[in-house]
Design a protein around this ligand. Structure first.
Ligand code: ZN
Length: 244
């Protein structure tokens, strides 16, 4: 694979529809939002319940410590220093059932991040409708978040080790002495969100923006979203219970 595509899969959100108005993410939302991201991994069900918090917390930590090494300069300065080109294109690269926000391609002579401007405008608009989450977020700020997110993927690629490979793989197949183990790729998404959050000093993990967008569009109901967040908090708590 020569790059990373970041998209929202609406199918993952099936069953999250209903209707209400008030909105509270909670002060300590990082882990719950991290788990929301982890749940999108096709192998999510293979992760033992008592290890969920470990996957989430370690992924968050990978992103944060990578960001700690990049303090003092803006994301655009880092991209320039590392010779990464940025292209902003108008229309959102929309695929069936998904919305493309940004992507990085490192197969060319120069690594390049593509950001979809229309998509950034949509996030800014959604954010303005739910200012409790990120305050008033401009399209430029949304773009910086996505640049930072993709830059983390670049750092992973350049290090030769992706986040998922730094965590224990899960067993997907066992037959007699045969075992097949696969790494949890979605952990890289959690880490990339944490990197962007930390570098840009955001109140919440930026995957919350995708939920704000769906809330704003009426494709996700707020009470259903909060219920899902609560379930995540409980699941992470369950992990602690088992660690005696
Ligand atoms: Zn990503």
């Amino acid at each position: 694979m020569g790059g990373v595509r970041d998209e929202v899969n609406k199918e993952c959100l099936e069953g999250l529809k209903a209707q209400t108005t008030d909105f509270a993410v909670g002060v300590d939302s990082d882990k719950a939002l991290g788990l929301m991201e982890l749940k999108r991994d096709p192998l999510y069900r293979r992760i033992p319940e008592e290890r969920l918090s470990e996957y989430v917390e370690r992924s968050l930590e990978f992103g944060r410590s990578a960001a700690a090494e990049k303090q003092g300069r803006s994301i655009r300065e880092w991209l320039e220093q590392d010779g990464i080109a940025v292209e902003t294109v108008g229309s959102s690269g929309s695929l069936f059932g998904t919305v493309l926000r940004a992507q990085i391609d490192w197969t060319g002579k120069v690594p390049k991040i593509t950001v979809y401007r229309e998509s950034m405008n949509q996030l800014a608009e959604a954010s303005a409708a739910w200012p409790q989450a990120f305050g008033k977020l401009s399209a430029e700020a949304a773009e910086d978040i996505h640049l930072a997110h993709e830059y983390y993927h670049w750092l992973e690629y350049r290090s030769g080790l992706f986040t998922g490979e730094r965590l224990a793989p899960v067993e997907t197949f066992r037959w007699g002495p045969l075992r097949r183990k696969v790494s949890i790729r979605q952990s890289g998404e959690i880490a990339a969100h944490a990197f962007a959050q930390s570098l840009l000093e955001l109140r919440h993990l930026p995957n919350l923006l995708d939920y704000l967008y769906l809330l704003h569009k009426g494709e996700l109901d707020q009470s259903a979203f909060e219920k899902e967040m609560e379930k995540c908090r409980e699941a992470l708590g369950a992990g602690r219970r088992h660690m005696v």
